[in-house]
Design a protein around this ligand. Sequence first.
Ligand SMILES: NC(=O)c1ccc[n+]([C@@H]2O[C@H](COP(=O)([O-])OP(=O)(O)OC[C@H]3O[C@@H](n4cnc5c(N)ncnc54)[C@H](O)[C@@H]3O)[C@@H](O)[C@H]2O)c1
Length: 401
Amino acid sequence: MAGSNGHDGARPVLGVGMVGYAFMGAAHSQGWRTVGHVFDLPLTPSLAAICGRDASGVRAAADRLGWAAAETDWRALIARDDVDLVDICTPGDSHAEIAVAALEAGKHVLCEKPLANSVEEAEVMAEAAERAAANGQLAMVGFNYRRVPAIALARRMVADGRIGTLRHVRAHYLQDWLVDPAFPLTWRLQRPHAGSGALGDLGAHAVDLAQYLAGEPVTGVSALTETFVRERPLLDGASSGLSAAGGGDAGTGPVTVDDAALFTGRFASGALASFEATRFAAGRKNALTIELNGSHGTLAFDLERLNELSFHDHTEPAERAGFRRILATEPEHPYLEAWWPPGHGLGYEHTFTHQARDLVTAIAEGAQPHPSFADGLQVQRVLAAVEESAAKNSVYTPIPA
Ligand SMILES: NC(=O)c1ccc[n+]([C@@H]2O[C@H](COP(=O)([O-])OP(=O)(O)OC[C@H]3O[C@@H](n4cnc5c(N)ncnc54)[C@H](O)[C@@H]3O)[C@@H](O)[C@H]2O)c1
């Protein structure tokens, strides 16, 4: 299927079709638009068609974001001959249906996180991905923070043994856009659409990063969750990403997801982890921080300073040891060879370019891209165990392998 849509010069074309055109739709479009101009790719992605339910809205989005065609039904998008890969940027309630249909139609799939709204849905998706892989169609989950150069560097350093035996992982993902109780009841606050709250939205990223950096899965958790504001104004305007046109006189409705989730966990190796996910941390805008402590040292990262990685080498003599700031902008650092001179810095949007680069490369090579749907299912199992533990007075809840 890769490159079935002709050639662009010497390179076969990979036709991309995207569903959803708001926050992630814009971010992924940026990635697809830029990737072929920054990286030397084996396939040339083309922005074939974008899909949304509102005809005039999706047409305007196609023009604004650079897509050749617009569709109002995702089934029609999947059926298009010029679409080789379906990129799912919708809320979690539609991920499973779209992804399974796309894979069964012989398309590659990129699906936003969390993979699904339940373990059951994620299992169906992972099974569909496994069947499709046997026919050469590949599926990946959009845990884009793996593509921050400093995070990819941290993974390389852990794998190289630079922090030794892992003892602790401390992962926090903090935002503050729900502090105002007048913020309206968008889909992110409704379980049927979002699956869970801060847990699935933010905690999913923290869990994926912790497992990716540690190189091993979390095997059990003990959790607390809370919904601080249980009733919110109904949305009477549009919403996109983390913003919404205010709740007016339309009444109120119940918040049916968690506002915050705190949990501890164990890794198979015996290392311990602690996690915090909230949208009520006033002043914290997009503070995804993760620290790993090992027998030989510590690595620490903060998404609000994403070009930097802190490293303490505990094998150095005490009189000289201490944290040092690695500015992850050298050509030797992951992804950086293709970008700007040292010190010129990358941002949030580049993670989507890197995500597209890694997926296109894997498709061209016929290699399974990561995070796979199986990886996404494993994260979903951690999220489900957190909810189960929180519902049972924080009882330690093992995660099935
Ligand atoms: N990787 C990240 O950093 C990150 C950040 C934000 C959101 N996300 C994830 O991306 C997904 C989308 O979130 P968002 O913030 O972009 O939401 P959003 O509300 O900004 O956009 C959702 C889009 O999906 C469209 N849509 C919904 N149902 C549809 C359907 N059945 N058919 C066609 N279009 C449909 C909406 O019209 C809208 O265009 C979620 O799974 C979310 O968890 C990931």
